[in-house]
Each structure stands twice: as C-alpha cells, then as structure tokens.
Design a protein around this ligand. Structure first.
Ligand SMILES: [Zn+2]
Length: 677
C-alpha cells in the first residue's frame, strides 16, 4: 500500500507557490487528494479526498480504503517483521519472543489447523452435552465467557462509576449473535436481508460442527428463538448512553432473590470467582426477563444456544471450512467484503490483538521514530491550553460551572506514547501445536486479568491500548486521555514531520481535541474531575448545554448515509460533539504556530486551506455500502464523510476559506450552527 501511494505521488503536477519565501514542493499529499471537479460547497469531503479514492479503489479483501488502512498496513508490516524474526530465532521458553513467534507460527500452520478440525472445542462441546439443569447452563456459560464469546449477558469488571477508585462487577444486556438488537426488528431491506440469512448461517455452522441437516436446522431455530427473545428486552444503543440510567447497583443477595431461576453463584464459581457483595446491573429489565427465559426454553435449546456462542467466538481460528462460512456471513454479507485478507495479515492482527503488550515492547524499542512522545506532548499541551481559555470565555456558561470545568480539564491525565510499565503476561502459555489452543488460553488470560481486578483498587496507570494502536480514547472514570505513539503517523510524511497545518488538524483536532472534548460530551460531562458519576453542573447551565447537544443531534439526524439509512443523531451525539469541539480546539492551537502567523503558503495552499484539507485527510475513508449500513446501526461514530462535513459546517473560518455560500449543498444557516466548547 505504501508503495502504491509513493508511485502515485511522483506523477503529480507541481503546484506553483504563491509565496516566494516558501520552498518549492515537489509533491504534496493534500494537493494530490483534491478532486477539482467537485466544488467544496457541494461536497467538501469528496473535493478534498475524491482523487485519492478514484486512484485507490477498495481492494476485494477490505471493507474500506483510506488513511486508516494505509497506516494499519504500515504498522502490520512492522509487526510482521517482529513476528517473523521471533519465529525464526531460537528463544527461551516463556520469553517474549518465544510467545510471539510460536503464536504467529501456530496461526500460519493451516495444515495443522485443518487436520485438527473442531477437535480443540471437543472438551467444551462434551461439557455442553452433559448439562442437565439451568445450574449447569450458568456454569458452562461462565466457561465460554472466559474462552470465547459471551452468551446470555455481558460480564465485566471495571471501575465503579460512582466510586472511581474502586473496581466493581458489572452485568449488562448481551448474548446476541447479530451485531445489535436492531437487526432482529428493523424493516429496511438491508437489515431484513441479514436477518433472513442468519438462520441459514447458523444451520451451516452447526453442520460444520458435526450435526446432521435436520438437527442443524432445529438447532438454528432454537438459537434464533433465544436471541430474538433477548433482543426484545434489550435497550437500543441510544438508550445505553445515559450513564445514570444504566447504573443500577444492587446487592447480590437482592439480585438472587429477584432472579430466583438464575443461579448467579454458579456463574461466578464457573469464572473461578467468589460471589461479590454487590454488582452494578446495566439494564434490570433484561435480567428480569432472563429469569423467565430459564423456564421458557428447555435444556436442549440452551445446549444449542451455548454451542453456537462457543463456536461463533472461535470460528476465525478453526479449520478452513468453518472460517470461510464465518467470513461469508460476518465479512461478506454484513460488510460487503468479497474475499478474505491474506492469511499473514489476519494472523499478524490477531497476534497483535492478543500479545500486543509484548509486541509493543519491541515496537517501542526498535521502530518508534525518535522524538515521537515529545512532539505529541507539544501538540497535546497546546490544545489543552486553548481549551482552558475557551472554557473561560464561554458566553453560555456560569462562572461556577466554568471553574469546575476548568478544574476537570486541569486534572485530566494525559497518557501519551507508551506505558511506563508493561502488563505481566508470564502466566500465559503459548506453543506451536494448536492455534485455537493458543487463542483459548490467550482469551482466558485477558479475561482473568480483567476479572482479577475485582477487590483491588483501580490502577490509574493502566493503559487499555498498545502504542502500536492507531486510535485514542478518553476514559471518564479515570478522567484521562490516552494517545498511543503511532498517532504521530501521517502517510506521506514518514521521513520528515508534516507541516503544522496537518499535524494540528489531524493530531491536534481529531485526536487530542476530540478526546479532551469527550470529557465534556453528553456522557463525559456527567463525570467530575475525580472520575465519579456526579452532576457538577448548575441546572441553568445543564439546560443550556442540552439545548446545544440537542442541536447537534438534529444536525446529524438529517445526514443520509446509504439507501434510506440516516445517521442516528442520538446514538452518535457523543462522538459528534467531540468532533465539533476537537476541530475548533485544533484550529485555535494552530493559530499560535509560526506557519499560521507568517501565513506560509505550501504547495499553493495557505495555512487555513491546509488546515481544513488536513482535517479531511484525517478521515479520508471510502467504505463499502454494506459496511456503511452496518456502521449506521452499530457504531457510535458517524461515517467518515460526516465526521468531516458535520463539524466543519459549524465553523465560520471554513466558509470564508473556501467561499461557501447560501445555496451551496453543505451550507448550514448560521441559526443552526452549533458552538459548544
Ligand atoms: Zn471519540
């Protein structure tokens, strides 16, 4: 992929510089991406990126193409090198390289994997077959939670939203095989097609696991009946956004009394855990129904249900037939991907997914460009400083709330680059003999790591992403933003850093600014500076804030994505608020740079033009319609096009920079524009 981009860049016409002081550019990423047949006011996203999309069609093995794929290809090539070097050397048993090398080798051993077939699951299948009562169902469900998917409901240990220093046990709705509850009910054509194909997929998977046709068909019907019933009592994604409404602390004793048919003690024992005193239940009505479901469905139905979820979670790591059938449903039907990615890529991503803490140690030591952490910190601090000033200057917020908002911002922890200490994975055994065996043990390791947090204080130094993950996050309970090292990467600027317009839009706006704003979006704003769920707003300020977030919901709800599917403005509001705030902060911070102050023109583009085109570059993603449709139903982020247009049409500087006026397609009347932060 990098090679392809390099070849294309050579052929690009040099754009004359308007400013004689700036050096002549031989090529410029931003200029090359522009499709000048599209007017900015018509579709700024296509104006900025259309030429790149035309020259780089989506490969048959991908759901999308663009900046993320380009960057992830570069990262994958590095991890492949780490894996191959480890696999090709003699390593001490238990060493970091032995684990990486053997895990990767076991994944590449397709002959061994095919020969084993479903043998790696046999002991779990027998356990399921031997179940007699719902006590057994709970115990076996717990085992499946540890090693594969999560049947019945979701379980996790995380910091208590109300007491952020303490870890708590959470129980939430879950147990579905389709990506979201809406798939069981929506009536649009695409969703209907997926829903109708699902029982056939279930049947084929049961056949591949050893059932005859009749038995497989019945088992598929059983699974569908259970999941449909669970989906019916599941909340919609937008109803999961309010942290207060999805926080219901209860003593286990009380829970047990209410759910007298669901022996939670068997579940906890199955996890290898003592019964906790209290749990936080996300959606009580879901568990009320589960208590009824235990009587509604017989033991044979539960056997089929558990068998499916065990198989579903491990399907990508089993023999070719199972893996292909799994891909045809979740890859092709749900995302429009025509063919599987090359095996090495899948195995590299899985190795990184499971052993990322080990891979990261080598990545940081051998592959990270010097000065990465410093440059990221410089941009992050600049954005934070801008944020402080903007909060102080807000015209809609009282001084009382402002002081608390600034205190929260000041307290916000910035984890940048990579962790100071790595997770200890010495208890995890990896060998070359069985890929599924490695996956099962690694899943169990990660599960136990999470589970064992219960009863211990929250470790505020922990990272939930590795340095080689091209992403970032805000964690409200810890009031922290985490920006992994590889976020410094901008394709086309591997040798020298990109100019500040690009760095401040991509890293300043869509990364740091975006994550800081999550601390003040519809959810993050409900947590205080200590990470506790706690309303710190005056009621007048709350009302004014929700009028503004309501305007964001309204703006995005009008964007049509594909066919008849519009953005779900409620579900995506947190991300949209973060995008709108992020780019505003990025721009303010950019205005402090030399490039902006001296009005440096690069490749014919002035600083403002470069900044906004750079922002469109941050979300240069072209996605298949199937994948877009899946995303609209399941992803809290808006599709890439609207992550660009949505925030920009709220910014006066954007209109003046590109001469966008009333009557242009993307023009948003001033009365509808939103300025929150
Ligand atoms: Zn976000």
């Amino acid at each position: 992929m990098r090679l392809l981009v390099t070849l294309l860049t050579v052929a690009i016409v040099v754009v004359a510089c308007k400013n004689s002081k700036t050096p002549v550019q031989t090529h410029d990423e931003l200029v090359q991406h522009i499709d000048s047949s599209v007017r900015p006011g018509e579709d700024f996203f296509m104006f900025a990126n259309g030429r790149w999309f035309a020259q780089n069609p989506i490969p048959a093995s991908e759901r999308s193409n663009g900046i993320f794929r380009t960057i992830n290809d570069t990262i994958n090539a590095t991890i492949l090198q780490i894996c191959q070097t480890a696999a090709g050397s003699t390593n001490d048993k238990g060493s970091l390289k032995q684990k990486i090398g053997d895990y990767y080798s076991s994944g590449m051993d397709t002959m061994g994997i095919d020969k084993a077939g479903i043998a790696p699951l046999q002991e779990y299948f027998s356990e399921i077959d031997q179940m007699k009562t719902f006590d057994d169902v709970m115990k076996v469900a717990a085992h499946i939670h540890r090693i594969s998917a999560s049947p019945l409901f979701a379980f996790y240990v995380n910091s208590d939203d109300m007491i952020s220093s303490k870890n708590a046990v959470f129980l939430a709705q879950g147990g579905l095989g389709l990506p979201d509850r809406d798939y069981y009910f929506n009536t649009d054509e695409r969703t209907k097609k997926v829903r109708e194909a699902y029982p056939e997929h279930l049947k084929k998977m049961f056949e591949l696991s050893g059932f005859d046709e009749k038995k497989a068909k019945d088992a598929a019907a059983d699974v569908y009946a259970v999941e449909f019933a669970l989906a019916k009592v599941s909340r919609k994604m937008e109803d999961l956004r309010d942290p207060f409404k999805n926080y219901n602390k209860t003593s286990v004793k009380e829970l047990q009394e209410k759910m007298n048919n669901v022996p939670m003690n068997e579940f906890f024992h199955g996890l290898g855990m003592n019964l906790p005193d209290t749990v936080i239940v996300g959606q009580p009505e879901f568990f009320t129904y589960l208590n009824i479901a235990t009587r509604q469905f017989g033991i044979e139905v539960w056997k089929n249900y558990l068998r499916w979820h065990l198989l579903r979670g491990l399907a990508p790591y089993l023999n070719t037939e199972i893996e292909k059938q799994n891909f045809s449903f979740y890859g092709t039907l749900l995302n429009g991907v025509k063919e599987q990615r090359p095996r090495w890529k899948r195995v590299v991503e899985d190795t990184d997914g499971q052993l990322g803490e080990l891979v990261g140690q080598i990545y940081v030591e051998q592959y990270l460009p010097k000065g990465t952490k410093e440059k990221l910190m410089e941009i992050g601090n600049a954005v934070k400083e801008v944020y402080r000033k903007r909060i102080a200057g807000l015209d809609w917020m009282s001084d009382v709330t402002k002081a608390k908002a600034i205190a929260k911002l000041d307290a916000m922890i910035m984890k940048v680059g990579y962790p100071d200490k790595w997770k200890d994975m010495s208890a995890l055994e990896v060998d070359k003999t069985s890929y599924a065996g490695n996956v099962i043990r690694a899943n169990a390791w990660h599960f136990d790591y999470m589970k064992n947090k219960y009863g211990k204080p929250v470790d505020r130094t922990e990272w939930s992403m590795t340095p080689q993950t091209y992403n970032a996050y805000y964690n409200p309970s810890n009031n922290e933003i985490v920006v992994p090292a590889c976020n410094i990467t901008v394709p086309g600027y591997e040798k020298t850093l990109a100019d500040d317009a690009i760095l401040y839009s991509i890293i300043g706006g869509s990364t740091f600014g975006h994550e800081f704003t999550h601390g003040f979006d519809d959810q993050g704003s409900k947590y205080d500076q200590f990470g506790n769920l706690n309303n710190w707003w005056t009621s007048e300020d709350s009302i004014r804030f929700y009028a503004k977030t309501g305007a964001v919901v309204n703006q995005y709800s009008h964007y049509l994505v594909v066919d008849s599917l519009y953005i779900n403005g409620d579900m995506t509001q947190g991300e949209n608020i973060a995008d709108i705030g992020g780019i505003a902060m990025g721009l303010e911070a950019f205005k402090q740079t030399k490039q902006f102050k001296e009005n440096q023109v690069i490749a014919g583009l002035n600083p403002m033009q470069r900044f906004f085109l750079g922002y469109a570059y941050a979300w240069m993603v072209n996605m298949r319609p199937e994948a877009l449709a899946t995303r609209v139903l399941t992803d809290v982020h808006s599709p890439a096009k609207f992550r660009v247009i949505g925030p920009l049409v709220n910014m006066p500087e954007f209109y003046s920079t590109f001469g966008i006026k009333t009557g242009d397609k993307i023009f948003l009347p001033e009365s509808e524009r939103v300025h929150i932060w």
